[in-house]
Design a protein around this ligand. Structure first.
Ligand code: NAD
Length: 310
């Protein structure tokens, strides 16, 4: 297994056809299903990298990026492409799309790259399902937000067998400049992604409580953030999310509290299955569950006013 695949340029920009490197997949288009906050940007990155992109979303074409071709169903994407990328809300959606891929008459798709956060169990289920139809699966969740996706600094952490990973290398390179292979079995990248989002959820919630405390003590938020960013309390919450979305009042990171609640639930479920410590996890999970229930679909950076007013 390769340890890392770092900072390779997008395949299309290097003149190589997307999805064709190293594994015998014939030159062809890249499919993209799920054009939400994240998927619409990732599909645009593939277009920008020189891939011919065929898209679909259950809600229609309105977020299909310029330069991509929108088609009316998943079956048509599966007939037109060798590698199909998913950016869907959860494991149930990935499983449903996998069934639609397998049912597509005359399908050509050979590999599915799932960038959705679905958890290890769902990744294994979808991989097993697709394997029955001789379609390979690369578990490839992403971290870095919509802004990171636009800047191509988003981390794509991925896991799968050597052949599948090698065959989809060009497509992964089209998604982002930052990629890391973390395992040789689907589900391993999901485990890392859940650990990451548990940390992100906890840090953002803890920073919200700490800032609320500071404001009540008479401190100014900008001063607090500036000092924290030069101190040991620094994190992505203090250096990025708070300055960009809380201090400015924008609250537009492009990731919902409902998705973060899903991720923390998946994390706690996976910890429960494996057995392991979850004292902080339980507190983080309870807070995000309350926030998602109170304001479903709110930008996740609104955790601060939720905590501050709670
Ligand atoms: P989103 O809700 O904005 O978009 C999901 C899209 O999938 C929607 O457009 C929806 O219509 C479509 N969809 C759902 N079921 C479908 C189906 N069966 N067939 C076709 N289309 C279907 O979500 P998002 O924020 O874009 O996130 C997508 C995935 O990426 C999630 O798993 C999320 O956890 C993960 N993620 C998001 C971010 C972020 O910053 N937004 C960051 C990292 C990871």
């Amino acid at each position: 297994m390769e340890e890392t695949d770092e900072l390779r340029g997008p395949a299309g920009r290097e003149g190589r056809p997307c999805g064709t490197e190293g594994g015998g997949v014939s030159a062809g288009n890249v499919g993209f299903v799920g054009l939400g906050n994240m998927g619409s940007v990732l599909a645009g990155n593939l277009v920008g990298a020189g891939c011919a992109v065929v898209t679909h979303d259950a809600l229609g074409p309105h977020r299909s990026p310029d330069g991509a071709e929108y088609v009316p169903d998943v079956a048509e994407v599966a007939r037109r492409t060798d590698v199909l990328v998913l950016s869907l809300p959860d494991g149930a959606a990935s499983e449903q799309v996998a069934h639609e891929i397998l049912a597509a008459s005359g399908r050509r798709v050979r590999y599915v790259v799932d960038t959705s956060t679905v958890g290890p169990a769902a990744a294994r289920t979808v991989a097993g399902l697709l394997a029955e139809g001789e379609v390979g699966y690369v578990d490839a969740p992403v971290s870095g937000g919509v802004a990171g996706a636009r800047a191509r600094t988003l981390t794509v952490m991925y896991a799968g067998d050597d052949k599948a990973c090698s065959c989809v290398e060009g497509v992964l390179a089209g998604l982002s400049d930052r990629r890391r292979r973390v395992g040789d079995r689907p589900g391993m990248a999901q485990a890392l992604k859940l650990a990451n989002n548990f940390l992100s959820a906890t840090t953002l919630a803890a920073t919200s409580e700490a800032v609320a405390f500071g404001l009540a003590a008479g401190l100014d938020m900008a001063t607090m953030l500036d000092a924290l960013n030069g101190s040991s309390g620094r994190s992505a919450a203090t250096s990025d999310k708070f300055p960009a979305h809380v201090l400015t009042g924008r609250y537009a990171a492009g990731f919902t509290n409902s998705l973060m609640d899903k991720d923390v639930r998946l994390y706690l479920g996976a910890v429960g299955e494996q057995g392991g410590p979850a004292a902080i996890g339980a507190a983080t999970g309870a807070l995000w569950a309350r926030f998602a229930e109170a304001e479903p679909g709110a930008d996740f950076t609104r955790i601060f006013p939720f905590v501050d007013g709670a």
